[in-house]
Design a protein. Structure first.
Length: 94
């Protein structure tokens, strides 16, 4: 289930990066409006389905999802996490 939670954040970011970078770098890609629309729609529709599944399976306890380690120096480790709780799940559905 943790992979599903990670996709909620990363899939829209990846979709926008693909559309933006390929639109700038490739002239034939920028002419294909149907493909661009499909990538854009799927990059937000799939995370929405993941949020609905997370909302339906939520047990009331906040979940911290680690994405990556931002900084590590000796004993100090600072990781980038995001948490899913009742309010964040509700805001993602809106």
């Amino acid at each position: 289930m943790e992979i599903l939670y990670t996709l909620i954040i990363l899939l829209p970011l990846l979709g926008s990066a693909v559309i933006g970078l390929l639109g700038l770098l490739s002239k034939p890609f920028s002419q294909q409006e149907g493909l661009i629309g499909a990538i854009g729609t799927l990059s937000v529709a799939i995370p929405f389905v993941a949020v609905v599944l997370a909302f339906l399976n939520f047990d009331g306890e906040a979940i911290a999802i680690p994405l990556f380690t931002w900084m590590k120096a000796g004993q100090l480790t600072i990781s980038f996490h995001y948490s899913l709780d009742q309010l964040s799940l509700l805001m993602m559905l809106v």
